[in-house]
Each structure stands twice: as structure tokens, then as C-alpha cells.
Design a protein. Structure first.
Length: 319
């Protein structure tokens, strides 16, 4: 089961799991806490509600992305059921180091008798993989836009989409290349080894890997992945506006992407410490004070907790 996987493979060192808390204590010691509360007291409720709406919408899009990967395994479940599973994963991801709780979604696919553990677990792994690929590619384009080639929003959008679509096309074009087949076969066999599943011959592993990993390169999965990230950034931009922070919209693609990558490190719960430290550094580049950055980070955490509340409710109700 997934719980045993986490038990054996997730970091168990007390020191590692509390690095974020130590960072949070240091941040609170260094910043003016009173100034943080003053910034938070000026929250514009309309922008905050817009942010919550966008985050809820992004969670629905995220479910559709996961549904694309699940459906590729010849599994059909009602959207409302998948949304419950997705929200539960969001809730557990909020309260577990490195958002590892998100993988709990796979358990429900297994319990429903829809998929075996490797493929159920793999759908969530690929779901996260699509998100990471979008973050890296869009983040790279945002980096170029902000610091290297400030040609304008239109050309930035063209460049980002070109990089994304070009990468997907090249991978699909050379999917049958020998070195790619060997690579995905190696990943698949390692994946089965981690889950303690019996492995077939290298030829069988290559066939299984090819069949499974190709689902991550469907046009629908990438479309939902891009839309999910754009909606998330738009929600965070609304949070910045609610605090009257002058953060460039396109810069947030870079900042949010980097912070989301850092939050995958299993060194804290709720992203505490890691999120605040990261935003202090990244927003400081665009002249946002440390107190304002901590206030922004607090709103990001609060909005994420509010949106994940349905997941906690469904978890308690055992779906």
C-alpha cells in the first residue's frame, strides 16, 4: 500500500522534517511582525474572493488533467468522484512534507478495484510530472522575459507556447528512438522495484513503459497542465493585488514556479518556512519588502487551506 511506501521511503529524520520550521522561526525573528499584520489588515476582500475562485477553478482543471491520465488506463470514473479524490489529495498534500499526501489519491483507485498499485500510483506521478515540466518550461520563458528579452507580453506568450509545444513534439517524434526506449524502460523497472512489484523481461518492461508513459504526452494533459498553472498564477496575482503589492504579473510565473518546486522538498509541513523564505528572496528582486512578502506568503497559505477544506471533509467522511 502507499502508506507503507511512504513509511519506508519518506525522510524520517526529525532534523530534516523541521528545517522549514527553523526557517520560519528565523524569518519571524528577522522581520517586523507588526508590519506583517498591518499589511494583512489591508486585504481587499474582493481580490481575495477572486483568488479563491481561481484556485477552486484550477483544482477542477487539475482534476481534468488527472482524469486524462486515468482514462488513458481504460478507467472511467464520474468527474464528481475524481474531484473528491483530487481534493483529498490536495488536503493531504497541504499537511505532509513535500506534498507526498497527494499520492494518496492512488489508494482510492486501487480500493475501487480500478487499477493495480503501480499504474494507480503512476497516474499521480505522471500528473505531478506534467506540472513540473510546465513549471520548468514556462519558468524558463518567464526568466528570459523578465531579465533577458523584455519584448512584451505577446511575444513572451508566443515564446512560452513554442517551447512547450516544441518539446512535446520532439519527444513524441523521437519516442521510438533506442536511447529513449532504454531510458523509459530503466525508469519503469526502477519504479516497479520501489513498489516491490515483480518485473518482467527488459523487452516487456520497455513495452509496459512505452504504453504507460505515452499518456503523459497527450495534448489534453498538456493543455490542462498549462491552464492549471496559469490559473494558479492568476490567483496569486489577485492575492498580490489584494495587498496592493506591485508585483509584475509575468514575474509571478517565475516566482510561483520556483517556490512550488522548492515546496516539493520534504523538509516541512504546510510549506512553513520554505515558502516565506523563498518569497522574501524572489519578491525582494522586484522591490517588495520582507514584511510584505511574508504577508503575501501567509495569504497564499490561507487561501490554499481554504480551497483544500472540501478534501478534509471528504476524507473524514471516507468519501
Amino acid at each position: 500500500m502507499i502508506s507503507s511506501f511512504f513509511m519506508h521511503h519518506a525522510p524520517t529524520s526529525f532534523f530534516v522534517r523541521t528545517i522549514g520550521i527553523v526557517l520560519l522561526i528565523y524569518v519571524l525573528w528577522q522581520v517586523d511582525v507588526r508590519a506583517v499584520f498591518e499589511v494583512l489588515s489591508s486585504v481587499h476582500p474582493l481580490y481575495f474572493l477572486i483568488a479563491l475562485f481561481l484556485l477552486l477553478l484550477s483544482s477542477f482543471i487539475g482534476m481534468l488533467k488527472w482524469d486524462t491520465l486515468v482514462s488513458a488506463q481504460q478507467v472511467r470514473l464520474p468527474k464528481r468522484v475524481l474531484l473528491k479524490y483530487y481534493w483529498i489529495g490536495m488536503f493531504l498534500g497541504m499537511v505532509t512534507p513535500g506534498k507526498l499526501g497527494e499520492f494518496w489519491r492512488a489508494r482510492y483507485l486501487v480500493d475501487a478495484g480500478r487499477l493495480e498499485m503501480p499504474k494507480a500510483f503512476g497516474t499521480v506521478l505522471l500528473d505531478r510530472g506534467v506540472d513540473l515540466a510546465v513549471i520548468v518550461m514556462v519558468g524558463a520563458a518567464a526568466l528570459a522575459y523578465v531579465f533577458v528579452f523584455p519584448f512584451g507580453a505577446f511575444w513572451w506568450s508566443v515564446a512560452a507556447l513554442s517551447v512547450l509545444m516544441g518539446s512535446v513534439y520532439l519527444f513524441r517524434r523521437f519516442w521510438d528512438a533506442d536511447f529513449i526506449q532504454k531510458g523509459v524502460s530503466f525508469l519503469w523497472r526502477g519504479f516497479l522495484f520501489l513498489l516491490r512489484r515483480q518485473q518482467g523481461s527488459p523487452r516487456e518492461s520497455a513495452a509496459q513503459a512505452k504504453d504507460f508513459f505515452r499518456t503523459a504526452f497527450s495534448k489534453r494533459a498538456w493543455f490542462y497542465g498549462i491552464l492549471y498553472f496559469v490559473l494558479t498564477v492568476a490567483a496569486y496575482y489577485a492575492l498580490a493585488l489584494s495587498l496592493s503589492l506591485a508585483v509584475p504579473f509575468f514575474y509571478l510565473f517565475l516566482a510561483v514556479g520556483l517556490v512550488n518546486l522548492l515546496l516539493l522538498a520534504p523538509i516541512t509541513v504546510l510549506g512553513l518556512g520554505t515558502r516565506e523564505t523563498s518569497y522574501i528572496f524572489l519578491l525582494g528582486i522586484v522591490h517588495i519588502t520582507a514584511s510584505e512578502a511574508v504577508a503575501f506568503s501567509t495569504l497564499v497559505l490561507l487561501s490554499g487551506m481554504i480551497v483544500s477544506v472540501p478534501g478534509g471533509f471528504f476524507l473524514l467522511k471516507n468519501v
